[in-house]
Design a protein around this ligand. Structure first.
Ligand code: MN
Length: 176
């Protein structure tokens, strides 16, 4: 991450913090057909929200279990006893009127794994390493840089900013 990104992420930490504090519950989502970077970065945000803010938090994965990439399926199977991975059907049961959506490894309307439900969220924060274009979700709360190789790298930086300690299993995913 270059020095400009290092400065920007300090500011972004405050943006994310305010959004989480103002929300009743937080949903984290990546893109359809998630890869390990998508899942690891979503897990990282989940841990920050839970450990620093104690807010209810869920990770939305709407792909069918048998269609998931084997490595991704393994991580979800290992963590699902502790971490609430939910599909969109479950999301609809849980949704409230003050929900925050945090996207990781995705910033496009047509790629984010919440489909038409994007409009339900009254606050959206984007974290991504893919460039923006006309399909980028409209919000001024975002940390997007193409100067890193993964979304996990951004989330690892955020851990440092929040002074969160990274659990060993999560560290393995983030570095994968
Ligand atoms: Mn990805």
């Amino acid at each position: 991450m270059n020095s400009e990104d290092n400065l920007r992420i300090k500011e972004f930490k405050g943006v994310l913090e305010d959004s989480v504090l103002n929300a009743s519950q937080v949903f984290v989502v990546a893109h359809d057909n998630p890869d390990l970077d998508a899942i690891a970065s979503a897990l990282g945000i989940y841990y920050i929200v839970r450990s620093k803010f104690k807010k209810p938090c869920y990770i939305i994965v709407n792909d069918q279990a048998d269609k998931l990439e084997p490595g991704v399926k393994k991580v979800i199977d290992k963590e699902k006893g502790i971490i609430p991975f939910i599909n969109l059907k479950k999301y609809l049961e849980l949704k409230g009127d003050n929900d925050l959506l945090v996207t990781t490894d995705v910033n496009k309307v047509n790629r984010v794994s919440v489909g038409e439900h994007l409009a339900n969220f009254n606050d959206v924060v984007l974290i991504d390493h893919h460039g923006e274009d006309e399909h980028t979700i409209s919000t001024d709360k975002k940390f997007i840089t193409c100067g890193v190789s993964s979304a996990s790298e951004i989330v690892t930086k955020l851990f440092g900013e929040f002074r969160s300690s990274i659990e060993e299993s999560l560290a393995t995913y983030l570095l994968a």
